[in-house]
Design a protein around this ligand. Structure first.
Ligand code: DHB
Ligand code: FE
Length: 286
């Protein structure tokens, strides 16, 4: 059977993608950001998954105010990097896994979560920047990726608790897929940032680090944070952090298994307008 071996959490700042694509990673501003991912790139090589289930948010690229799915699963065979206004990033296309994605859709919808099934969409920095941070600049991404888009842009957004519960349903879905696949689940976006209004530029390291502590050691407490607290404490775009709870909810300890191993934790301020946070958790054998 397929199983979830690890979860990865990382911010998705678009300027990080631009710094990579323009060869600026060693500049003094960017070097400390990318240094936080040196461990992770080696870890990816040492722990190569068969499939990545990548929870991210679209930024009015594939979707728009015309239609706003709360949870959308990409079931296509491939996904092109989107043109976000400066041309598509020069990164490989994303190869999907239609069989596993369809199975997860079937299982999770039957567990009472209403997913939108998306057979055609482009993927923006929300998905490509985490891949770049974790995998560098390869000719092709190391494995198929199932894009899972969450609406954290247009209110009302899903609560952290619902995201956490959804993660548990995704774990059950993966574990009932009849193939020996090593699946990683990634939760992306965050950490604190606000891009508009009088509080534009808000960053809150105390909130972010308390969130990381809870995410790692007490995920139920992290899941109980009401959405208004993210907005107040972590800024209007800090709400992206609820996506991390989908990945965390899919880990074995939440279903009564052993606590995960913390393989890596990193935090840096600032990158563009955003606090960058990054964690890797490995499931342990029961
Ligand atoms: C920035 C961060 C984001 O999450 C985003 O989607 C766009 C811009 C920023 O920090 O500039
Ligand atoms: Fe964003």
């Amino acid at each position: 059977m397929a199983k979830i071996t690890a979860s990865v959490y990382t911010s998705h700042v678009p300027a990080i993608g631009a710094a990579l694509d323009l060869g600026k990673t060693q500049e003094p501003y960017w070097q400390p950001v990318f240094q936080g991912y040196d461990f992770s790139k080696q870890w990816m090589k040492d722990n190569k998954p068969d499939v990545i289930f990548l929870v991210y948010n679209d930024h009015a690229t594939a979707f728009s105010l015309d239609f706003i799915p709360t949870f959308a699963i990409g079931t296509a065979a491939e996904f092109q990097p989107a043109d976000e206004g400066w041309g598509p990033r020069p990164v490989p296309k994303v190869i999907g896994h239609p069989e596993l994605a369809s199975h997860i859709a079937q299982s999770v919808i039957q567990q009472d979560f209403d997913l939108t099934i998306v057979n055609k969409m482009d993927v923006d920095h929300g998905l490509t920047v985490p891949l770049s941070l974790m995998c560098g600049q390869p000719e092709a991404w190391p494995c198929p990726v199932i894009p899972f888009a969450v609406n954290v842009v247009q209110y009302p957004v899903p609560s952290g608790q619902r995201c956490f519960n959804l993660g548990q349903a995704i774990r059950k879905a993966v574990e009932s897929f009849d193939a020996d696949l090593n699946v990683q689940i990634w939760g992306t976006g965050g950490m604190s940032h606000q891009l508009q209004g009088p509080r534009a530029g808000l960053i809150n390291p105390e909130f972010d680090n308390a969130f990381l502590d809870k995410l790692i050691a007490d995920p139920r407490a992290a899941a109980a944070i009401p959405h208004i607290d993210y907005v107040r404490e972590a800024g209007s775009e800090g709400i992206e952090l609820v996506m991390w709870l989908i990945a965390r909810g899919a880990m074995a300890d939440v279903a009564g298994g052993p606590a995960p191993k913390l393989a890596h934790r990193f935090y840096h301020v600032p990158a563009s307008n955003t606090a960058v946070g990054h964690v890797i958790l490995e499931n342990q054998q029961a």
